[in-house]
Design a protein around this ligand. Structure first.
Ligand SMILES: NC(=O)c1ccc[n+]([C@@H]2O[C@H](COP(=O)([O-])OP(=O)(O)OC[C@H]3O[C@@H](n4cnc5c(N)ncnc54)[C@H](OP(=O)(O)O)[C@@H]3O)[C@@H](O)[C@H]2O)c1
Length: 337
């Protein structure tokens, strides 16, 4: 597979690269990334032909948008596709007064959830100001899942299906944004959203990977039927599918539980039998689904990024995928490359 290959973005008039750049790490997720390193990451992605960038106000309280905009601002605007998100409004505050967790050395803004119509419009406009760009192409409603919002989720979801939806639908009708969707860590929240509203796309994090394919239960078939595009973030399940089942490997942003370590170790055995690096399989599996035009990889260093780009095009024999299915390690109905 070629990372810079362009794929159609569902029913929308957009082409996106099969491999895209996720900007959560350059928002200083968990650990700080120095400014030159952040710009070097963006440059390495650009030089490799990567033309889809995913950011959000949340990432580093605006820092990821500032850094992404700083790099992309002088590139020909029609040459890249930019996605950002709504659902949080940032307000300036004294750095010492801000709880940045889980971000390190983020930008001096507090972050407040706001899924109202006005809050969505403000968030959208503020993002463009931070990016220093005249438009974003794709806009997702961010974090309206149980993973992020716990017991408040039903209320939050209902409020987003009203306020955010009305604002984004207006922006889409006016041609200000090309595609609107939902960006969450749970496939069933995407499924509910698609059943209720005419979304173009989803950013599904961690829930359609080499490890788990429950999204095939209804959600992905509905996307195929409706022409909705799904981009997968967290496709390494936050680390373990990149590092393998080693002690301390991360699953869902926390140390992987025993059953996940065990399952990954089984997949690794089959990888070894076919000479396939585990992360190569993790990357290539996701974009084999006809509704998934791009894999958003989270990468912290230039070295990781180059490695991921190489894994994306590592040859994988057909027999590898059949072998995983025979062992019950991949769903029978999962499309493979
Ligand atoms: N709700 C949402 O909309 C949502 C949620 C999650 C993600 N996303 C998007 O998806 C993007 C990717 O997700 P993610 O970063 O959370 O998860 P991910 O891609 O599953 O995992 C990224 C982590 O995997 C490890 N990794 C990556 N390449 C590696 C390599 N070559 N060697 C060793 N380890 C490697 C790194 O861990 P270490 O940092 O430990 O080195 C990296 O931080 C985000 O940047 C964001 O754009 C969106």
């Amino acid at each position: 597979m070629i990372p810079s290959k362009k794929n159609k973005f569902g029913r929308v008039d957009l082409q996106v690269t099969a491999f895209s750049f996720g900007t959560a790490p350059i928002g200083n997720f968990l650990n700080p990334i120095p400014e030159p390193e952040a710009q070097a990451l963006l440059e390495t992605a650009w030089d490799a032909g990567i033309r889809l960038y995913d950011t959000a106000p949340m990432y580093g309280h605006g820092l990821a948008e500032l850094r992404t905009g700083h790099y992309l601002r002088w590139k020909p605007r029609d040459e890249f596709v930019l996605a950002s998100k709504v659902g949080r409004v940032l307000k300036p505050a004294k750095r010492e007064s801000i709880d940045f967790s889980p971000w390190a050395n983020a930008a001096p803004f507090t972050s407040h959830f706001d899924y109202s119509y006005d809050g969505t419009m403000r968030s959208f406009e503020d993002s463009l100001q931070r990016l220093g760009l005249e438009r974003m192409d794709i806009c997702f409603i961010h974090d309206i899942d149980r993973f992020t919002r716990g017991d408040e989720q039903p209320e939050v979801f209902a409020s987003a299906m009203d306020g955010c939806w009305r604002a984004l639908e207006k922006l889409r009708n006016e041609g200000v944004v090309k595609a609107i969707g939902v960006g969450v860590n749970e496939w069933n929240v995407c499924f509910d959203a698609l059943k209720q509203r005419d979304f173009d796309c989803f950013l599904l994090a961690g829930r359609y990977t080499l490890l788990e394919q429950e999204a095939l239960n209804g959600f992905l078939p509905l996307c195929e039927e409706r022409g909705a595009a799904v981009i997968v973030g967290g496709g390494f399940n936050s680390g373990i599918l990149a590092t393998g089942a080693r002690p301390g490997a991360k699953y869902n942003y926390a140390p992987a539980p025993a059953e996940i370590l065990e399952r990954v170790a089984k997949i690794e055995k089959i990888c070894a039998a076919h000479g396939v690096p585990l992360p190569a399989a993790a990357l290539q599996f996701v974009v084999a689904h006809p509704s998934i035009p791009s894999f958003i990889a989270g990468t912290r260093t230039v070295e990781q990024l180059k490695q991921n780009l190489a894994w994306f095009s590592h040859p994988i024999p057909q027999e590898f995928w059949s072998h995983l299915k025979r062992q019950g390690l991949l769903r029978e109905d999962a499309p493979t490359p």
